[in-house]
Design a protein around this ligand. Structure first.
Ligand code: WTA
Length: 652
């Protein structure tokens, strides 16, 4: 961590917003100042005004914030709305023929949907869910490739008040099963398969496996035909999308739900045990997703917005499925891998569809940067006017490359800090106003009171001193709870400072200008290629293997992925022979892939006789981390039961 602080402290470059951009930006310096003042002077009045102006309410709210059960805050509690109506129906008068979605499949197939067509398709899907008996509050798991129907399915759930829980298509059957069971889903929407890197991702087969033992809550499975290979369909349970959805009426009366009605659950990794079902509300979530789409991305009617995230992640919820539609934008969806069939794919998609705003993750930027400047130079990227970054700290080198090569030196970069739990962007520049510094997400948005505190919860005043990143006041799109486990919600996010602040779980520091620099997680969560993975989750997966007695997982810095997964494993019984080791390692990696999904596979796996432990029996993780990083050991190792294992841990 100290190394991290060092490197960012040396970053002195400041980029003023380009004049040409600022001149026509939606938000000017005076607007931002006005919003900040309003939020400071009357925080509740501020959010209430925005909620009145930016949400179409079927029944207006009279109460802004209910903090009677804090830290379970509730917003706009007596209002009623429908999120899908707010994203789609409101555009039908002016934008019915405007393109809402430009879709490009991995094989190059292109399909466009206008707002009118999207509205009709969402209505048909909503009607089919209703025909299957799905009621408001029922959970629907969506396990799909990144195709327009994934967005349609999410919006359709919102339309009838069903609660969706999207599971990323790269997760394994077992992960899917855990999520279905935790959510108690009645319906799963999936596809035969999706395309990724020229291969078919077998989604229906994985769904069948998940449902084969357990998942008793599931009554129906809707299957989109996408990849076209043969799959098995179970009579009575499984329905083809083209049979059940396509035949429905293209209008669907929305269900007006309470502001606090859960819009969705999204599972994310935590520091301990099982993934947490992060529960978001309808009105509060929608409000911040819409506002940030307009403020941070300066979205305007002629923009083509491409957020590369999959709908399986929060970024794909707020900046694919909800925010940009709420703002009436045209968005791009691309199904496949960034480098398929070659490293120019992203830039080809940008050029072909005239992308004007491009939002991606540092891990993708680094991977594409490595391929050289010639590849992007071959494409016309002149339409791009704004770039965004999310998911992990962006290293200044990648920032500069993004700025120079992709942005042609003319585009502001918005480095956006937020989390699954926060629902929407929290700390980010306003592109026409805020000067940026490579590697800093700059300042909190108006109404968001971000702060850095020490272990006692006291604000850290000294510039560049690190501490816990916390949010001092509730905000509308904050998570409401962890599904089925409110105690864990309080314990994870609030108890550290006696419910006074929301604790993000990141460490950060602020420079002399008050800019935030995120340093990384403080808990046992890894950030691998922008995805949150709990070390405990991977450890439990390893321990579930019949040959494994014990496992410890740590992160190691990785040039492209940010962090990589490094696992130490102790086998049951005798230590395997040299010849067995290689095959066992392969088997264990595949096993983790099967248990959790390919993204969690350890990049390196060391089989050792025992793990280093303190006298009280705790695994010495700091030591393991130092060894994984090849650093010299500064820790006292005299308490080690078997000092000889140091050699093994080092891979000797
Ligand atoms: C990290 C993704 C630095 C951070 C939206 C956070 C970032 C976690 C940034 C949330 C950023 C996200 N700079 N770090 N701009 N954005 N993070 O829930 O550690 O998948 O806590 O949400 O990603 O990851 P999640």
């Amino acid at each position: 961590m100290s190394q991290n602080i060092e490197s960012v402290l040396h970053e002195q470059r400041v980029f003023e917003p380009p004049v040409a951009f600022s001149r026509s930006a939606r938000m000017q310096a005076a607007d931002l100042e006005r919003l900040r003042r309003e939020a400071r002077e009357d925080p509740l009045g501020y959010w209430a005004r925005l909620a009145r102006e930016h949400i179409h309410w079927q029944k207006p709210f009279t109460r802004v914030l209910d903090d009677s059960a804090a830290p379970n805050y509730r917003w706009f509690t007596d209002g009623e709305l429908n999120v899908s109506v707010n994203c789609l129906d409101l555009h039908l008068t002016e934008r019915a023929d405007k393109t809402a979605i430009i879709f490009e499949g991995e094989a190059g197939d292109v399909r466009k949907l206008t707002y009118g067509q999207l509205h009709a398709e969402v209505s048909r899907c909503a009607n089919s869910l209703r025909a299957l008996g799905i009621e408001p509050g029922d959970r629907v798991v969506i396990y799909m490739p990144l195709v327009p129907e994934a967005v349609v399915a999410m919006q359709a759930c919102a339309r009838i008040g069903a609660v969706h829980s999207v599971v990323f298509g790269g997760f394994s059957a077992l992960s899917l099963k855990d999520r279905i069971e935790d959510a108690g889903a009645r319906c799963v929407i999936t596809a035969d398969g999706g395309w990724r890197g020229g291969q078919i991702v077998e989604l229906k087969a994985a769904t069948d496996k998940a449902l084969a033992d357990g998942c008793h809550s599931v009554e129906h499975v809707i299957v989109l035909r996408r990849s076209g290979q043969a799959i098995s369909m179970q009579e009575g349970r499984d329905h083809w999308w083209h049979d059940i959805v396509a035949t429905q009426a293209s209008v669907c009366e929305p269900v007006w739900v309470n502001a606090e009605h859960p819009l969705f659950l999204l599972y994310t990794s935590g520091s301990t045990g099982r993934p947490k079902g992060i529960q978001h509300s309808s009105a509060g979530y929608f409000l911040n997703a819409k506002l940030t789409s307009q403020w941070v991305f300066d979205l305007r009617d002629d923009d083509v917005f491409w957020c590369t995230a999959d709908v399986g992640w929060i970024t794909g919820h707020s900046y694919v499925a909800y925010g940009p539609l709420a703002a009436g934008a045209t968005l791009v969806l691309y199904e496949g891998a960034p480098t398929y069939p070659d490293g120019g794919r992203f830039w080809r998609v940008c050029a072909a569809h005239g992308v004007s705003i491009f939002y991606t993750a540092p891990t993708a930027i680094r991977a594409l940067m490595k391929l050289g400047d010639e590849i992007p130079a071959a494409y016309d990227l002149s339409k791009i006017r704004l770039l965004g970054s999310v998911g992990e700290p962006i290293n200044p080198e990648a920032w500069m490359w993004y700025h120079r090569v992709i942005g042609g030196g003319r585009c502001p970069i918005v480095d956006t800090w937020w989390q699954t739990e926060t629902g929407a962007i929290m700390i980010a520049p306003i592109p026409g106003v805020t000067a940026t510094k490579p590697g800093s997400c700059t300042q909190a948005l108006p109404g968001i009171e971000a702060e850095i505190v020490d272990d006692e919860g006291r604000p850290v005043m000294a510039a560049d001193a690190g501490g816990y990143l916390v949010i001092r006041r509730p905000w509308p799109s904050m998570l409401r709870t962890i599904w089925g486990d409110n105690a864990r919600y309080i314990e994870t996010y609030w108890s550290k400072f006696q419910n006074r602040y929301y604790v993000a779980g990141d460490s950060a520091h602020r420079d002399a200008d008050g800019y935030f620099w995120i340093m990384g997680r403080i808990d046992d969560v890894l950030n691998v290629a922008g995805h949150r993975l709990g070390t405990m989750e991977i450890e439990s997966a390893l321990v579930a293997h019949p040959r494994v007695a014990e496992a410890a997982v740590v992160g190691r810095p990785h040039e492209i992925k940010g962090e990589s997964v490094f696992a130490y494993v102790v086998c049951k019984g005798q230590r395997p022979s040299e010849s067995e080791l290689a095959t066992l390692k392969i088997e264990l990696r595949a096993w983790v892939g099967e248990q959790l999904g390919a993204i969690a596979k350890p990049d390196e796996l060391r089989i050792v006789e025992n793990l280093p432990k303190t006298r009280s029996g705790k695994i010495m993780r700091r030591l393991l981390r130092a060894i994984a990083r090849g650093e010299s050991i500064t820790q006292d190792v005299s308490t080690l039961e078997n000092p000889a294992i140091l050699e093994q841990l080092r891979g000797g």
